[in-house]
Design a protein around this ligand. Sequence first.
Ligand SMILES: [Zn+2]
Ligand SMILES: [Zn+2]
Length: 374
Amino acid sequence: MAAQRDWFEKDYYKTLGVEQAATAKEITKSYRKLARDLHPDKNPGDAVAEEKFKEVAAAYDVLGDDDKRKEYDEVRRLGPMSGMGGQGPGGFTFNVGDMGGAGGLGDLFGSMFGRGGQGRGRPPSGGVGPRRGADITAHLTVDFKDAIDGLTTTLYLTTDAQCSTCHGSGAKPGTSPTACAACGGRGVVDDNQGMFSFSSPCRVCGGSGVRIEDPCPTCSGSGVEKRQREVKTRLPAGVKDGQTIRLKGRGGPGRAGGPAGDLLVELTVTPHPRFARSGDNLTVTVPITFAEATLGSDIEVPTLDGSSVTLRIKAGTQTGSRHRVKGKGVPTKHGVGDLIVTVIVQVPTDLNDEQRAAVEQFAAASTANPRDAI
Ligand SMILES: [Zn+2]
Ligand SMILES: [Zn+2]
């Protein structure tokens, strides 16, 4: 896998001295001749010839392979890197050249965020092939009511993004990274041992396939800089404290045509002074008087939306008993939960004379002992 960002800038057909429509045979023939002429054995101490020899080898590595050649033609057809800026989701600007960075950038991106890191689909060899972008974790604190109702909000993230100065190449503007000489820009080296051929990441370039002589001053050659990102999102109604919402494709950009990673939003829901949540139900505690509990009453119970509902308290209602108000709970995919009202009977204190007389009269008329059964 060659570094595609090189492909934008290098005309391999010209390097091999062939037409773009050249047949595979013509390409091989031209390469063999050039390789013979430029071979270091034939040009000892000639640095120019050596550089050309490497370029020819890198060019043939691509054009000499049908699949790679097709890919290269495709990349070249898309035009020069500077014209390829695209607006990604959430206003995150990235560049087509960004997708070509075999190795390097993806790793830096992922390591910024301990969690997630490299996504699924990363080949074990590392650094080569299409790679899914990194998953990014963000934290969001939402109001209790917003969590119940759902909320459209904007997340402000500072994440590693492609460097805007060098468009991710890591090279100083006006210069370009060259193919790593040790691996011919492939990022991996083959080690032939008898019948078997092993590939391992190139140690010279760390698997990136490129060499940067003049690093970009903005990113010091990493190709990555911190950038503010805004991600607009709609939280569904009924999200819970501690829940993680996965926003597909809103994470780090994919590499080499791989899909973007996800944005994982960890939610903290601030408690409400009056209401609490129990699954899909809301709970609230409401005081009632001794008389209301004893004689029965219709009482007003607050609901989360700021209005109230009437709850019928039957005669003889006990303190701590729970009463269900249908459909005033948490809206979810499978319907709306209920409001569970716990009533607490308030024992009156500081009685006035009239109240005291009434309770004394009540006591005198009572015969039952509540402790008989104990
Ligand atoms: Zn840069
Ligand atoms: Zn290398």
